[in-house]
Design a protein around this ligand. Structure first.
Ligand SMILES: [Mg+2]
Length: 309
């Protein structure tokens, strides 16, 4: 939103108000600053608030000390990637070793030297941002900027086991752009790429729930993973996607089913059991997609339901 919201967030944890004040005054021009006065309060805050980009953590505090807090942070999937810089007044060598062994990235000594504090904070916030970007790139499809096959596989595994635990229904859509090879042959690959981007965007737009995932599954194939969704809900999403892609009105002179780009969608749902694998759901969706194509394309199908175009 405004500039305020985009600045990196630094979380200061120190039992001394004076320390917090000095650091906050230093950092406030460039960072959003939040603080806590104990390890326990810090962990509670992290549990219930948006995560910071960096934590400045005092080593010596009553109750939980900095090492204990850091260990907890590194043990949780949610918080383990947040860089932690220890604040300490005695930089004895064994202290440093212990700090690094529990996962800290750096130290800042008391009394604070402003230039050092700012340099260390800037360095580690930058590294964190770069790491986040690389992580994002590794799971996004380079062409369409939606999640890639690798992310799809991870997400399927994770959501499948969650659905298994809660006995929730689980749905999957597999879809193909109709006659895409003919499209590429006629319009050329650059235009083909542009078409893939537009279709990917239309698919993503048709799935407003943040718990769902739309991914590029292969060349002109896309997949939508819909956790905790019955077949009726999945069919509704598939219908929205059909409409959204038709609505793009991308001319396709060589399509045999329309004068514009369309998709065929296979819908599959099942309740995960110990005897079933994610692959079973993928196979089912693939069979449904085949059925949609065989029945004329530009439509959705499931194995027990025939959706008309
Ligand atoms: Mg202290």
């Amino acid at each position: 939103m405004d500039q305020e919201e985009t600045r990196p967030k630094v979380f200061i944890v120190d039992d001394e108000t004076v320390s917090i004040d000095v650091l906050a005054t230093l950092l406030r021009p460039d960072y959003r600053v939040v603080s806590a006065k104990s390890g326990e309060a810090a962990l509670a805050r992290l549990d219930s608030h948006a995560l910071p980009d960096l934590i400045l953590l005092d080593v010596v505090m009553p109750g939980m000390n900095g090492y204990q807090v850091c260990e907890q942070l590194k043990n949780s999937v949610r918080t383990r990637d947040i860089p932690v810089i220890f604040i300490t007044s005695s930089i004895a060598e064994e202290d440093e070793t212990q700090g690094f062994s529990v996962g800290a990235v750096d130290y800042i000594g008391k009394p604070f030297r402003p230039a050092i504090v700012l340099a260390r904070v800037r360095t580690h916030v930058e590294l964190k941002k770069r790491g986040d970007m690389l992580e994002r790139l590794a799971i996004l499809d380079g062409l369409t900027s939606i999640p890639n096959r690798r992310r799809f596989d991870q997400f399927m595994e994770y959501e499948w086991s969650r659905s298994l635990r809660y006995a929730h229904p689980f749905s999957l859509l597999l879809m193909d752009i109709d006659f895409f090879k003919l499209y590429n042959d006629h319009y050329g690959h650059a235009q083909g790429d542009a078409c893939l981007r537009l279709v990917a965007e239309a698919i993503s737009r048709s799935m407003p729930r943040t718990v769902d995932l739309a991914a590029r599954y292969g060349g002109e194939e896309f997949a939508c993973v819909l956790p905790a969704t019955h077949e009726a809900g999945a069919t509704a999403v598939a219908e929205r996607i059909l409409q959204a892609v038709r609505g793009l009105q991308i001319p396709h002179a060589h399509s045999k089913v329309a004068d514009h780009v369309t998709v065929s969608i296979g819908v599959a749902s099942m309740v995960p059991t110990l005897q079933r694998q994610p692959l079973d759901l993928i196979t089912r969706a693939d069979q449904a997609l085949y059925k949609a194509k065989r029945s004329g394309r530009n439509r959705l199908a499931s194995l027990d339901y025939d959706g008309a175009a």
